[in-house]
Design a protein around this ligand. Structure first.
Ligand SMILES: O=P(O)(O)OC[C@H]1O[C@H](O)[C@H](O)[C@@H](O)[C@@H]1O
Length: 555
């Protein structure tokens, strides 16, 4: 990908000209004039149905956006990623999380190694471990089966496995409770340790680098807690590691036999498909984990083979570019209408914003257009009774991704109809809105006086014309969840290529880490701190005072 400024491309200019009249479109009119709009602007692949008709786009808009994707080299970059080219240029790494979900036997050589064989060797070990824990064959030091699995990890070593375990809780092993500790805040681990027993708990220390401060500190504290009752020799039954760093795992005291590796070509936020998925494999079994991988692979195949015009990840990306760069929306609200996807918006926050939250292009030149929107959200029905007011009537139009599974996995009568009705009603209301005339007519029919109608109508008017996508799964299964995540991964990839950025590094998290190390030192040892700005010095002094005043044993 060259560093050509996006704004100087022919396709961008064409889109700008197009937007000059598209800015006046009303979606409700687009629906009125085209009875086929729903069919024309929806696609289905890998078990996921995407309705993007409630966006302010026409066929011409989509064609121009596809032309932009082609001019920016999306198809060539896609081929380069899948082939193992080092497209993560600042770290000189390949980007091959897609290789983690390729079926056994499909050879892919990277640096002289058949990575398919390596991937499946780890997957087999992972599956074996998961099945032993599930069957009760893997026992703690008193010979009892494991009842609690605690994943200690943060960022990609936390958000993925936690979100997936929650999403698939309906088919999780009934004896084994899954827990996730990520925060360096001791309240996180402390509260959990009060609820589990050392003799029946298995800790998974999950860290790609095995150097992340939060994870290492939690792992050390968990180890110390365990050793209050267990022996050093028992550690092997209670601590396993997932990492790319064998040396650091060994130094920590975990037997390499209990370590599950992965590779530097798997980014943290793309790692749930690797051994980082061990909690998932324990929760839903080896077969369930394989179905999860297969679902993602199905989306990969679609992404690689479908023309951009019919390609789900490309469509989601292009509509996102339209909303972000032409309509000027600064955030996307993700609204799962499925309680088990409650952590999906949080997962997407890292996937999207850590990947595309960049201000320079691949070659270091400042970007001339806006990149990653803010990703946020909560389960849809809960959001409706909280912040949806702003989505409907606030000053900033916020596009929404509605996500629902058509078939529930519970048998409670009426709930699913109510849930889906809410989901569809919200996107309808956002798109159509309610004009002042419609409001006035309604209030008149209720017999309100003219002055009352005039006073109330502006408050009860909805501007409408607010974009949304609706993604439907038949039901939430390992396969459909795998496809859904892969869809968003590739959406982020396509947008990164169009913006001309490297979506696979995350240098932006480094500065805070470095400064925190210095401040931690100062909090513990330094007398008077004046190395920082007055605000930071003042905060450190206040904290030192409080910590020193705390009776020993309380910290
Ligand atoms: O898995 P680890 O090496 O412990 O990294 C955990 C997380 O921390 C980092 O700071 C990055 O921002 C994340 O991308 C990563 O997922």
């Amino acid at each position: 990908m060259s560093a050509t400024d996006l704004r100087s491309t022919a396709a961008w200019t064409a889109l700008q000209n197009h937007y000059a009249h598209a800015r006046d479109w009303r979606m409700r009119d687009l629906f009125d004039v085209d009875t086929q709009r729903f069919h024309a602007f929806s696609e289905e692949a890998a078990g996921i149905f995407l309705d993007y008709s409630k966006n302010a786009v026409t066929r011409e808009t989509m064609d121009l956006l596809c032309a932009l994707a082609r001019e920016r080299g999306v198809e060539a970059q896609r081929a380069a990623m899948f082939a193992g080219d080092r497209i993560n240029n600042t770290e000189q790494r390949a980007v091959l999380h897609t290789a983690l979900r390729v079926p056994r036997g499909e050879k892919l050589m990277l640096d002289g190694q058949d990575i398919n064989a390596e991937v499946h060797a780890v997957l087999d070990r992972l599956g074996h471990c998961a099945e032993r824990v599930r069957s009760g064959d893997w026992t703690g030091y008193t010979g009892q089966a494991i009842t609690d699995v605690v994943n200690i990890g943060i960022g990609g070593s936390y958000l993925g496995p936690k979100m997936v375990c929650e999403a698939l809780r309906g088919i999780a092993h009934p004896r084994i409770a899954m827990h996730f500790v990520s925060n360096v805040d001791g309240h996180d681990l402390d509260a959990l340790l009060a609820r589990v027993k050392p003799e029946t708990t298995l800790f998974i220390v999950a860290s790609k680098t095995f150097t992340t401060q939060e994870t290492m500190m939690n792992a050390q504290s968990a180890r110390a807690w365990f050793l209050k009752t267990g022996e050093e020799a028992d550690l092997a039954r209670h601590f396993v590691a997932v990492s790319t760093n064998t040396q650091a795992v060994t130094d920590f005291g975990i037997d390499p036999a209990n370590m599950f590796g992965f590779w530097d070509w798997v980014g943290g936020r793309y790692s749930v498909w690797s051994a980082i998925g061990l909690p998932v494999a324990i929760a839903v079994g080896h077969d369930g984990f394989r179905e999860f991988l297969a679902g993602a692979h199905g989306m990969d195949q679609h992404f690689c083979s479908a023309p951009l015009e019919r390609n789900l990840p490309a469509i989601l990306a292009l509509v996102g570019i339209w909303n972000r760069n032409f309509l000027g929306s600064t955030s996307i609200s993700v609204a799962p209408y499925h309680q088990d996807l409650a952590s999906f918006p949080g997962y997407l926050e890292q996937l999207d914003m850590e990947s595309n939250g960049k201000r320079v292009d691949r070659d270091g030149a400042p970007l001339s257009v806006a990149t990653s929107p803010v990703i946020w959200g909560d389960t849809g029905t809960n959001g409706q009774h909280a912040y949806f007011q702003m989505l409907h009537q606030g000053t900033d139009p916020v596009p929404v991704d509605f996500i629902a599974a058509l078939r529930p996995s519970h048998a409670l009568a009426g709930h699913q109809e109510a849930l889906l009705a809410n989901c569809f009603a919200q996107s309808e209301a956002l798109m159509r809105g309610r004009t002042q005339d419609e409001v006035a007519a309604e209030l008149q029919a209720q017999g309100l006086a003219a002055d009352r109608i005039a006073a109330l109508a502006p408050h009860r008017t909805f501007p409408g014309n607010r974009p949304s996508n609706t993604l439907l799964l038949q039901s939430l299964t390992p396969a459909s969840l795998g496809a859904l995540i892969a869809l968003y991964e590739h959406k982020v990839f396509v947008q990164g290529v169009i913006w001309g950025i490297n979506s696979f590094d995350q240098w932006g998290v480094e500065l805070g880490k470095v400064l925190a190390r210095a401040i931690q030192n100062e909090l513990m040892t330094a007398p008077d701190v004046d190395a920082h700005d007055a605000s930071t010095n003042g905060l450190i002094a206040r904290a030192r005072e409080a910590l020193q005043a705390q009776p020993s044993g309380e910290s």
